[in-house]
Design a protein around this ligand. Structure first.
Ligand SMILES: [Zn+2]
Length: 215
């Protein structure tokens, strides 16, 4: 089964992705990881991608698709979660064509809908340990050690990414960039929406049902 998870930063997409990997044996395809691996291994496509990056250019879609194709061959038979790809309608179309050649397809696209106000509330209260990366929240998950991390005593910081103006700008960008891709999959008939303002357990149950997986 191949699925795509689409959601703005902070929508809980990463958390859910990890749960599906752990519970159902999905592998996650992140194009950034696939690209880095191909470059490190100096594969033909990796070197080609590198040559574009060396010129300060974006790696063209057909090169990315070729890398994705190679990854799927490596992971043959496994269920794949696409994360952060496709980003555009052109990439979505190329992905469809590539999968068709493999007698495969995208079964479901799960779109994590968020209420911007709730997201802002969630993220502006977030505090991150500057040493180990543990995440706290001033309301829902405060550290028992105040401004220090419970695990490593590192100082907790309010990351610039988690400030309201930055979050609103990021959401606006996300909608602008991703809106057409979401509509593409809606027309294709395999888009499912989940309300990601709910508890992670509830979201997990809903996605499990959407995918027709037994719990
Ligand atoms: Zn820590």
């Amino acid at each position: 089964m191949n699925i795509i998870l689409i959601g703005a930063p902070g929508s809980g997409k990463g958390t859910q992705s990890r749960r599906f990997i752990d519970k159902f044996g999905f592998v996650q395809l992140s194009t950034g990881d696939v690209l880095r691996a191909a470059i490190a291994a100096k594969t033909e496509t990796g070197l080609l991608a590198q040559s574009f990056m060396d010129q300060g250019k974006l790696v063209p879609d057909e090169v990315m698709i070729s890398l994705v194709d190679g990854y799927m061959t490596q992971q043959a038979g496994k269920s794949v979660i696409f994360d952060g790809f496709p980003r555009t309608v052109a990439q979505a179309e190329s992905l469809n064509d590539m999968l068709k050649k493999r007698a495969s397809k995208i079964e479901k696209v799960v779109y994590f809908k968020i209420n911007p106000q709730i997201l802002v509330k969630r993220l502006t209260g977030r505090r991150t340990c500057s040493q180990c990366g543990e995440i706290y929240h001033i309301e829902t998950k405060p550290s028992s050690k105040g401004d220090l991390c419970e695990k490593c005593n590192g100082p907790l910081v309010h990351r610039a990414d988690d400030r309201e103006d930055v979050i609103n700008e990021r959401l606006a960008q996300f909608e602008k960039n991703t809106g057409p891709t979401i509509e593409f999959y809606r027309k294709q008939g395999n888009l499912a929406e989940v309300d990601s303002d709910q508890e992670p357990d509830v979201v997990f149950e809903q996605i499990t049902k959407i995918l027709g997986l037994a719990n």
